[in-house]
Write a protein that binds this ligand. Structure first.
Ligand code: ATP
Ligand code: MG
Ligand code: FE
Length: 332
């Protein structure tokens, strides 16, 4: 079975063709980073316009790369939410138009389910599994007992991990999106500043990064006022140490509590080198297999949407012509 995946929830226009949910035939991503960089973040209006311009180009490229035709496609899966409503609408309307014109079943996919299913290119899922979701808009621990079922056991009470990275990057004068830049600096810095870790209540699997963010701001301001110089590398390394410490510790604790058979990591921040290494170490002696997608599948792409869409397809789930973009769609 061939699934065509479409993703336009934020600033990536992406189309992929995937065989049987686990084999990428083509995976095309047109990033808009350059257009948003000078604004220091994603501008929704600009994102929508770019999606309109890019979607047919990216679609054509996905077919060219895959060397398949419309006859081979069994269903179209599209991100219906969450994300920027104007951006989502471009993908949803493209998918609906194509499904109608080519007479193919239509499947709506939750963007975070997509991030989770990016891991299925590495290995078949073994349930129950624990997913650590760390992206630009989400930081969550999700328990899955079977395909397509998601139980939220913890989430951020304020900023998402990716958001914290991007804000700290901004304070350090690094370009958008800042996560990868902070990651690079952290690799050569020293953990010389002891930033706080928000453990919250003893039994809580929730996260909080706003206190850490404020602490980073204060540290930078205080140093400026005293005319001291702190190395950006050291701030990055110390900030990353705090984020990674909390993420890995809570994930290991939750994995033990729920006796999961697999731990998977999903979302753009899963590309973080410090986090990948720390998770590897944290789970090395746990007896629980850890999956982290290759870098290209951590950030937004359509192969992950097709992978999640394939599972819905197999379960007989179909969207109607009333499928609509839902910017605050809940994962359940
Ligand atoms: P969501 O998936 O929650 O809707 P999104 O789609 O905007 O949000 P993703 O594409 O999953 O987010 O991830 C983008 C985020 O990942 C950005 O905040 C970016 O800074 C962060 N990121 C990417 N690479 C790294 C890295 N190496 N280290 C830290 N953060 C990173
Ligand atoms: Mg993006
Ligand atoms: Fe995403």
């Amino acid at each position: 079975k061939y699934i065509l995946g479409i993703e336009t929830s934020c600033d990536e226009t992406a189309v992929a063709i995937v065989k049987n949910g686990r084999e990428i035939i083509s995976n095309v991503v047109a990033s808009q980073i350059d257009s948003h960089k000078r604004f220091g973040g994603v501008v929704p209006e600009i994102a929508s316009r770019h999606h309109v311009e890019q979607i047919t180009v990216v679609l054509e490229e996905a077919f060219n790369e895959a060397k398949v035709t419309w006859d081979d496609i069994d269903a179209i899966a599209v991100t219906e939410g969450p994300g920027l409503v104007g951006a989502l609408l471009i993908g949803v309307n493209a998918a609906k138009a194509l499904a109608f014109a080519k007479n193919k079943p239509l499947i709506g996919v939750h963007h975070i389910a997509g991030h989770i299913y990016a891991n299925r290119y590495q290995s078949e899922f073994k349930f129950p599994l624990l997913a650590l979701i760390v992206s630009g808009g989400h930081t969550e621990l999700v328990l899955m007992k079977e395909h397509g079922s998601y139980e939220l056991i913890g989430e951020t009470r304020d900023d998402a991990a990716g958001e914290a990275y991007d804000k700290v990057a901004r304070m350090l004068g690094l370009p958008y999106p800042g996560g990868p830049h902070v990651d690079k600096l952290a690799a050569v810095g020293e953990e010389s500043i002891n930033f706080p870790r928000a453990w919250l209540e003893d039994d809580s699997f929730d996260f909080s990064f706003s206190g850490l963010k404020s602490s980073v701001i204060n540290t930078i301001h205080n140093a400026e006022q005293r005319g001291e110089e702190i190395k950006k590398e050291d701030i990055a390394a110390s900030f990353q140490a705090s984020v990674v410490d909390v993420l890995t510790t809570k994930t290991r604790k939750a994995a033990q509590k729920y006796q999961v058979k697999q731990v998977i990591v999903a979302g753009g921040v899963a590309a973080n080198q410090g986090l990948r290494k720390a998770l590897d170490e944290k789970f090395a002696d746990s007896g629980i297999p850890l999956l982290i997608p290759p870098l290209k599948l951590c950030t937004d792409n359509a192969a992950m949407i097709a992978a999640a869409g394939f599972i819905s397809y197999e379960r007989g789930l179909r969207a109607g012509w009333d499928l609509n973009a839902n910017p605050s769609l809940i994962l359940k």
